[in-house]
Design a protein around this ligand. Structure first.
Ligand code: SF4
Length: 349
């Protein structure tokens, strides 16, 4: 294809790694742990609350969500679930943009998060002020942003997408002859651009987890496990995607472990997903894709440091105190709803 990738006028965005968690998240043991779990469950009922957890959070939180009628999924389905569930309080275990998205879609509901400090390197790498300026310079282009962005960035966008629906939306816009700005993930943007042939101007942020997967080490691992299927999230570098048997969203990768006949899988995404993969494909072997090798800094070691900030201790705390409520300025929310709702309506077609 005569596809075009332009590099924006700024360099690759560096985000403050110091924002990552330092020290340990407390873990309860034995009877104390059981007691805290029961307290959480009791509070969820008393507060008319439902727990919505991302695949990358601690398996214990995923378990509690499932046991209490809550939900575990990717960001698209988390948004959908929160929108349809009757509970008056949504407790979102994940990173900040997920709590904001819940509030954008559910202004009448109280949205709590175990921590408001859980960021995302993609969100941090796309400051709203810079992004708005960039869009204004390229005002002839349709603005498509990934869900991993602030409410302000969503408010400037024409479309919000998740990795599960990005290809479909961009293909649709490309077929209508629209040129696009894509933000913030450069690897996902390049992948979508390559698959669709669309004219996309790519913002240059990246995920601290997926950006760390290393191709040479992965090639060696594939050599050691020739029967394994390689599952890769498209936020990973192009060279890693090139080795994949399946490229897709977290939900797509979980389904692949169930649907493919392979007994082994090498998985290039956050290892929090193993909890759901083990449910989907019991008895199959899951191997983490390597984050070591040339150029690696092991900032994440295949687990998002911000997702890891969600734990039993702060989940109980917010339920008991009502702390960490998520607010979005109404004028921003209305605009962010417009672009987010477009994705949800498109997904229904
Ligand atoms: S895994 Fe990457 S994309 Fe997901 S929240 Fe963490 S930093 Fe953001």
């Amino acid at each position: 294809m005569g596809a075009k990738v332009d590099i924006p006028f700024f360099p690759v965005v560096n985000f403050p790694v110091t924002a990552q968690v330092e020290g340990c998240v407390p873990h309860y043991l034995g009877e104390r742990r059981e007691f805290v779990r029961e307290q959480v469950k009791r509070q969820l009922i008393e507060q008319d609350a439902v727990l919505v957890a991302h695949y990358y959070t601690d398996s214990e939180l995923q378990e509690i969500a499932e046991e209490t009628g809550g939900f575990v999924s990717d960001s698209l389905d988390m948004a959908r679930f929160g929108n349809t569930h009757p509970a008056s309080t949504l407790v979102v275990a994940g990173v900040r943009f997920m709590g904001e998205t819940a509030k954008i879609l559910n202004p009448e509901k109280r949205v709590l998060m175990p921590t408001l400090e859980a960021e995302c390197s993609l969100d941090l790498g796309c400051p709203a002020e810079d992004f708005v300026c960039f869009c204004d310079i390229h005002s002839d282009r349709t603005v498509v942003v990934y869900a991993n962005t602030s409410a302000e960035v969503k408010a400037r966008a024409d479309w919000v997408v998740t990795s599960g629906i990005a290809l479909k939306v961009v293909r649709y816009l490309h077929d209508r002859g629209e040129k696009m700005i894509w933000a913030p993930d450069r690897h996902l943007g390049r992948y979508v651009q390559k698959m669709t042939g669309a004219d996309m101007l790519l913002w240059q942020a990246e995920c601290v987890v997926h950006g760390e997967f290393r191709v040479r080490a992965l090639e060696r691992l594939v050599g050691q496990h020739p029967q394994a299927a390689v599952l890769v999230h498209p936020e990973s570098p192009e060279s890693v995607i090139a080795l994949a048997d399946v490229v897709g969203s977290t939900t797509r990768l979980i389904n692949a472990t169930r649907e493919l006949p392979n007994k082994e899988f090498i998985v290039a995404t956050d290892n929090g997903i193993f909890y759901k993969m083990r449910q989907a494909a019991p008895g199959k072997k899951l191997i983490e894709a390597p984050t070591f090798g040339e150029g690696a800094t092991c900032q994440s070691c295949a687990h998002c440091p911000w997702m890891a900030m969600n734990g039993l201790h702060n989940l109980l705390h917010v339920l008991e105190t009502g702390d960490n409520e998520v607010y979005v300025k109404e004028s921003v929310r209305v605009e962010a709803l417009r672009s987010t709702q477009k994705m949800l309506d498109f997904a229904r077609q």
